[in-house]
Design a protein around this ligand. Sequence first.
Ligand SMILES: [Zn+2]
Length: 611
Amino acid sequence: MPDANVVRLIREQANIVDIVSAYVRLQPSGKSYRALCPFHQEKTPSFYVSPDKGFWHCFGCGLGGDVIDFVQRIEGLTFPEAIAKLARLLGIRWRPSPTLRREEWMRERLLQLNQWAVDFFERALWTSEVGERARLYLFQRQVSTNTARLFRLGYAPSGWDNLAKAAQEAGFPVGELLQVGLVQRVREGGGVIDRFRDRLIFPIFNAQGEPIGFGGRTLGEGEPKYLNTPETPLFQKRKVLYALHLARQAIRERGEVVLVEGYMDAIALHQAGFPNTVATMGTALNTDTVQILKRYTNRLVIAYDRDSAGLNAVLRSADLFRQHELEVRFVDLPEGTDPDSFVRQAGAAGFRELLERAESLTKFRVTWLVCRYPHATTEGLQAAVRFLATLTDPIEQKSCLQMLAEEWSGRQPERLEALERALHRALVRYWRQQHRQSPQRSPTPSFSSDPLTDPITASLTTTSTIPLGVLQAEQDLMAALVQDKELAQRILASLAPEEFLLSRHQEIARLVKACLEDETFQDLPLLIGELGEEELRQTFSGLSLRDLSWANARNALEDRVHRLRRYRMEQQLRRQRAELLQKLSTGQISKDDPTWQVWQETLRALKLGTR
Ligand SMILES: [Zn+2]
């Protein structure tokens, strides 16, 4: 890890406006700058940068942080990588620790080896006689020479050790060849053979265009049809999106990404004029790939084959999409085709039409359900109810219920109504059952457990029980607390940090208090930056860019403090009232009890209702 001094120097010396404006068009807005957020799709700017505080924040998607967070996120770098980049940019000289240097050095060696292999395979494809078979294959699949060159396609000759020998001659030791997975040992302590033999080669690059691995397709009958680089220090399959380095610009420009499953699908679509296509390499989408894609867009169009593996992958990802607020649509490819074969038959215009008709995930799930259960059997109804219960939007739920009933009714009006009623009854029954089983978390069905265990959703649920007005009062106060020393002193004179409702706010308030006591209020942003918690920086960046003009109004501060106080007190009283009612019902106290009488009066005075 880079040492703390370098990190501190970067935070002090980096001009956040200069650095951010290399990626987004910033416009002055009061004391800060604003722009369209590069991390989510929007039409009106909600991305703000404060040069004074050295923080940025998007009020649309909630992301924010300091200059290091920004570079990490927009460039897709790890923390040490972002530090190295910024240090280089700012001319800060530092010595990487010996371990880091060794790691970086090793990584560089392995990348050079892979780059050498890309050239080796490419040469074999275009200039050797043995490459003829692969060239013929590309011709048959209608991949043009230009496209093949763009994707750096290659050919791995047959024979056991063509690459192994050539690589060693070029100065790469066997150890490194093993590390990147280009060769494998025949047996323990024995010699090595090439992993890829007589295969068409698809080099795999990361988003920065560095060669991290390879895929190989057999040209004959050999199994398996596709073979990939195993997991290596450079190549982690679940983080890879094929063709992203070629697609990322187009994804930003077009505002959406087309997702396919295979190499050939991605290549065919790029060639047909859909350069915003990437392939998920046969793995289902996961948190890692979704997070990578979210750097470029939150609109996904999925063009997977209609075979069940593809369908199931999409279905499993429904919760993932919801958690990451992705807008997902589904291309309905004709039975038995994939994007590659479809675009060859129907051309670019045909595929564009499919894209335009892409269905929402919900609509697709209805289609899938009906595909799987063509009739309204008990099993079908059960599956339908489980699916309907996951829809939180009542309008969407109703329209799905109607779609299902329509599909199953075979367009017979009398059956349609009966089916709608049956589905509705089953849904209500299902909810009641769920409610009885877990009264504290109704009516969310228990089988879609992901959103419930997700910490962010969980914290939002807690927040959402607080009335909006109270939450806004708290946020206003917190904004004043971090932005204005004088206001901070006034607020903390009447509110203790523990009196704020959200724990994140309490934590920041405690820090502000400590800074005021040390007379280091101006160092607060630096301190927050150093605490190393992204969530904390995100909350802080939001607060430090929040408007403070309300504070000029008379009693504005006092009103908000009062609001917060009153809410806390009400909550406390509610709890005590519940306890009293409990005691009353179990006969521990009676209504003639003086305690009870006093409580009734207090509650009435607070207009809380006495029941
Ligand atoms: Zn945003």
